[in-house]
Design a protein around this ligand. Sequence first.
Ligand SMILES: [Zn+2]
Length: 214
Amino acid sequence: MTVLRRRRRALAVVAIIAVPALLTGCDVITRGHVEAISVRKTGSTLTVQAHNETVNPPRYQDTDSLLYVADADAIGRVPADPAYAFLGPAGSRVWVLPQVERPNLPWVGWSTEGIPSGFLVNNRIRLRLLRVDGPGPVAVYTTSALGVPTVLFNSADGLPDARNVNIGVHQHANWAFRTPGLYHLRMEVTATYTAGGSFTRQFGLWFQATEDDR
Ligand SMILES: [Zn+2]
């Protein structure tokens, strides 16, 4: 384990945090707003990066240069509602980085707002979760105002999982982990240009679920 010391920034509180040596050099995100997957038009192509808004000024950076930490503040219990059975047995522990911003946790979303209309066939991209390397399954889901979940990606019932994402979307979701530890998500964006040709890009996301309180 390596101890990183980073300065407190405008919106990010990144104190002294132990991360696996593998991730030395990653920006450790313990709170604040990040578009983990920002897909935008640059020139005649698409670009997939993270848009890190925990720093001032915000910056684009490689998706796998950030580590999103779900600490003790993220620990909850799987509801008894059968609609949440995809998270595991009712009452069991689950770490959730929430869809709605909370002050002590990273707020992790994705954006296609930087893609103009008419640039892509059907004005949309396809987003896939290809693989999860970690100590347990990962589920990504949204929750309606009435508390009804919609599962977008869930490694517990097999991968890959795929969703279409329209242009002009800014989406946040719940990122759920059943077991503490380090997770790497291998994802992919594909799209077809209206001008001809296609786009495929694989990229990674890092998460850590921990019982520590950061
Ligand atoms: Zn966002």
